[in-house]
Write a protein that binds this ligand. Structure first.
Ligand SMILES: Cc1cc2nc3c(=O)[nH]c(=O)nc-3n(C[C@H](O)[C@H](O)[C@H](O)COP(=O)(O)OP(=O)(O)OC[C@H]3O[C@@H](n4cnc5c(N)ncnc54)[C@H](O)[C@@H]3O)c2cc1C
Length: 474
């Protein structure tokens, strides 16, 4: 079935943080906006899924920003329901817990005298004789931490997250995420935390009482109150253009194809999908560039335990190569209101994977079995204590920075720039590894650009976002 609707001033594709912020800014500027969201949830990767009364965050979303306008938007939306939350996270390796960020004395104690001396010697060697050309993640980290610490604290976890050998990951990526934190700085900061805590170390963050989705549900509600529209289960299939302008968008909803005439389009869908949906199709080189972009996928296995929690961390990084789980969230420690029953525990077992690999292809039952086995193997609960589990799959959780992605992005951008009333924004919409605040800023910049102000979402400065130091994934 086909259905044609009248023209709308602005269509925003995607009801994640970027799309909803763009829609919010547009509505405030008096531009009537329709948001089209493919899934039934609001919030994109930052949604909260509710199953049997338990709320699951897709990975544990800290609300932390250095940008006052973003903080103000969050506070305006949720008021006291956005709570300050203390942070505790540790690394689990070889059956021992290491505080994160690394505290040198505990690290040395846990490693033992012999391995600690070897770690210091390998650090000294790296300082005296660094690898002259830092091409890879391995080169970059080893030069700053020495080979031993690299192997203990960076290699296994990074390889779990990215499914790539650290020698295949570009140094540029490590430089962006880990920043220039040498071992000496780490040691100094651990000893003198008050004077010189790491720039981006976050001891407290904000968190909505009912999980991150609460923020984005609120944004959507406010948009509707102000006259905007949000259509869920509305999968955009085609973006039609002619003479350098987009003129309509076709989406599929409840068995019907709808076509919306529009004056402007902002999209936060992943760039590879976007390029494939233009009608007429872009030149072959642009199609090829879109197809060449790569992503890492993610599975959250939620496990509800028939017992109270036995650890205080918000999340624990699991470095052991003996299990496949990469990180464990303890949702009750983010907000007790995520659980309907405080005598239970709700864990998020995080598996980094790629569509088509054995994890992604496993049945939900098999994944719940795997997570239950691993939670026991790691000593957090027995299998008998697992009451039930749920599997949440998140495709394209992480845009991959490989050695060609810059070139592909340039090809795609130069073609998209020929469309004067179109803008791509957001994490996968710009193939950038950004957090919620950064995605929001790209949405704000898109509206400013449409209003004729000197703003460009591609120029949103990632420095204004925060990055976790030492770890390689958020
Ligand atoms: C494991 C994990 C942990 C994270 N932790 C943090 C954290 O602690 N703090 C933080 O700030 N950030 C965190 N992030 C990042 C955060 O999730 C993202 O920055 C944010 O969700 C990006 O928002 P976005 O709107 O750009 O994209 P998305 O959230 O990806 O939203 C895009 C939306 O577009 C929709 N869409 C796609 N295709 C179509 C289509 N064809 N038609 C209609 N709609 C479509 C999607 O369904 C989706 O809802 C984390 C991410 C991951 C993966």
């Amino acid at each position: 079935m086909k259905h044609n609707s009248p023209s709308v001033p602005l269509v925003v594709i995607g009801a994640g943080p970027a799309g909803l912020t763009a829609a919010h800014e547009a509505t405030r500027a008096g531009i009537r906006t329709t948001v089209l969201e493919a899934s039934r949830w609001i919030g994109g990767i930052a949604r909260t899924e509710e199953h049997q009364g338990y709320r699951f965050d897709i990975g544990g979303h800290r609300f932390y920003t250095k940008v006052p306008e973003v903080q103000r938007l969050w506070e305006e939306a949720l008021g006291p329901e956005l709570r300050a939350t203390p942070r505790l996270s540790r690394i689990h390796f070889n059956n021992k817990f290491y505080p994160y960020p690394l505290a040198p004395w505990t690290t040395l104690q846990n490693l033992g005298i012999g391995p600690s001396m070897m770690a210091l010697a390998s650090y000294a060697k790296a300082r005296i004789q660094p690898t002259p050309q830092e091409d890879t993640f391995e080169d970059w980290v080893t030069n700053r931490f020495g080979r031993r610490l690299y192997e203990t604290f960076f290699k296994t976890y990074t390889e779990k997250v990215w499914g790539l050998d650290c020698r295949q990951i570009r140094a540029e990526w490590a430089a962006q995420r880990i920043q220039d934190l040498s071992l000496l700085t780490a040691v100094r900061q651990a000893i003198l935390p008050a004077r010189s805590g790491p720039k981006t170390l976050i001891r407290e963050f904000h968190y909505p009482r009912l999980g991150p989705g609460m923020m984005w549900d609120r944004f959507a509600e406010r948009l509707k109150e102000e006259g905007g529209r949000v259509e869920t289960s509305a999968d955009v299939m085609a973006i039609h253009h002619a003479h350098g302008r987009v003129h309509s968008v076709t989406f599929h909803q409840a068995g019907t194809h709808h076509t919306l005439q529009t004056q402007r389009v902002i999209s936060s869908m992943a760039l590879d999908d976007l390029i494939a949906r233009f009608n007429p199709a872009p030149p072959p080189a642009v199609l090829d560039a879109g197809r060449a972009l790569r992503y890492r996928d993610f599975i959250l296995v939620g496990l509800v335990l028939r017992r109270q929690s036995n650890f205080a961390d918000n999340w624990i990084y699991i470095h052991s190569p003996a299990v496949r789980v990469g990180r464990i969230q303890n949702f009750g420690n983010w907000s007790p209101d995520l659980l309907p029953d405080q005598k239970t525990t709700s864990l998020g077992m995080e598996y980094f994977c790629s569509r088509g690999d054995d994890l992604w292809e496993s049945s939900d039952d098999a994944l719940i079995q795997l997570a239950s086995r691993e939670v026991e193997q790691l000593g957090f609960a027995t299998r008998a204590q697992v009451a039930w589990g749920v599997v949440i799959r998140q495709p394209k959780a992480y845009p991959v920075y490989d050695s060609h992605h810059h070139r592909h992005l340039l090809t795609i951008r130069s073609w998209l720039d020929t469309l004067t009333n179109f803008q791509t924004i957001g994490r996968n919409g710009q193939h950038r590894y950004n957090n919620q605040d950064h995605s929001m800023l790209t949405g704000i910049a898109a509206i400013q650009r449409f209003l004729g102000q000197p703003a460009d979402p591609w120029q949103v400065n990632t420095e204004r976002s925060y990055y976790e130091e030492l770890k390689t994934s958020s």
